[in-house]
Design a protein around this ligand. Structure first.
Ligand SMILES: *[C@@H]1O[C@H](CO)[C@@H](O)[C@H](O)[C@H]1NC(C)=O
Length: 244
C-alpha cells in the first residue's frame, strides 16, 4: 500500500513538463489555481496503471506488492520477522484527501484501502501480551477499511548544481476497522493448540495492534521513505517543476 502513497506523492511533484516524465500525465503548472483538480485527474490516469506497476515512474507492481522482509521488535521481550510479504489489493485505494504546500514542501494525505490482504512467512520469538509465541510458518491476514494518514516534510539539497528534495516523515497514522489473522504451525503439528492460539490472537487483536503500533509505523514509514527518496534523488526539482 505504501507504493500507492509513493505514486500519489510522485503525481504531486510529477506535473512539470520535463521530457523524462511520461506524456500520458496531464501537465499542471505549479501556480495553477486548479492544481488540486489537475492532481486528481492524474491520480485517475495513473490508478489503472498501478496494478502492474509503472517502471518509468519507479512504481513497482501493486498487486501483489512484494516486500522482502520486515522485522518488529516490541521491547526486548518479543521479536517478529516476516519474509516474502505479499500485499494484495493496494491498487484499490481511495484518495480521501490531500493538501499540498509547494512553498513549504509539505504534504498531507489520507488514503483508504477498503480491503487489504497480506500473506507472508512469519517467525515469532518471545512473549506478546499474554501469549508465548515461538513458531514459524505461513501467515495470512485480511484488513478491512485501512485508513492511512501521512504528513511529509521536504528538504531541498544540491547535487551536481541541481536542486533535489529529500522527504522525511512528520506524522503517520494507521487505523484499521477489522483484522482477521491466521498463523499456521504456531505449535507445529498441534492443530488444536494452533487453532486456540489463533483465536486468542484475533480476540485480542486491538491490544496487539496497539502494542505494535509504534513499530508498525516505523517499519511502514521506513519503507515508504526509502522508495520516495529513491525517486526524488533521480528527478531534480527543475525536472519536476520546470521554471517558467
Ligand atoms: C482472507 O480472505 C480470503 C478471501 O476472502 C479468504 O480466502 C482467506 O481465508 C481470508 N484469510 C483470513 C486469515 O481471514
Amino acid at each position: 500500500m505504501w507504493c500507492v502513497i509513493l505514486g500519489i506523492v510522485l503525481i504531486l511533484f510529477g506535473c512539470g513538463d520535463a521530457k523524462e516524465l511520461p506524456s500520458y500525465l496531464k501537465l499542471c503548472q505549479r501556480r495553477d489555481p486548479q492544481l488540486h483538480q489537475c492532481i486528481m485527474d492524474n491520480v485517475q490516469i495513473l490508478k489503472p496503471k498501478m496494478k502492474p506497476g509503472i517502471p518509468e515512474l519507479y512504481i513497482p507492481p501493486l498487486n501483489p506488492l512484494v516486500i522482502p522482509e520486515a522485522t518488529l521488535n516490541s521491547g526486548s521481550s518479543f521479536r517478529a520477522t516476516f519474509k516474502d510479504i505479499q500485499l494484495y489489493n493496494a491498487h484499490e485505494f481511495n484518495l480521501q484527501s490531500f493538501d499540498v504546500d509547494l512553498d513549504k514542501y509539505h504534504i498531507d494525505l489520507k488514503i483508504l484501502f477498503p480491503l487489504l490482504r497480506i500473506k507472508s512467512l512469519y517467525s515469532f520469538n518471545g512473549r506478546l501480551l499474554i501469549l508465548n509465541l515461538n513458531g514459524k510458518g505461513p501467515a495470512d491476514g485480511n484488513y478491512t477499511n485501512v485508513q492511512v494518514g501521512l504528513s511529509l516534510n521536504g528538504k531541498v539539497f544540491k547535487k551536481n548544481n541541481k536542486e533535489y528534495v529529500s522527504w522525511e516523515k512528520e506524522k503517520i497514522d494507521i487505523n484499521i476497522e477489522k483484522i482477521n489473522l491466521l498463523f499456521e504451525r504456531l505449535f507445529g503439528d498441534n492443530t488444536e493448540l494452533n487453532d486456540q492460539t489463533n483465536k486468542v490472537i484475533n480476540n485480542n487483536i486491538d491490544g496487539i495492534v496497539e502494542e505494535l503500533q509504534p513499530v508498525i509505523q516505523e517499519v511502514v514509514s521506513g519503507f515508504v521513505f526509502s522508495l520516495v527518496n529513491r525517486l526524488f534523488s533521480r528527478f531534480s526539482l527543475n525536472e519536476l517543476f520546470p521554471p517558467k
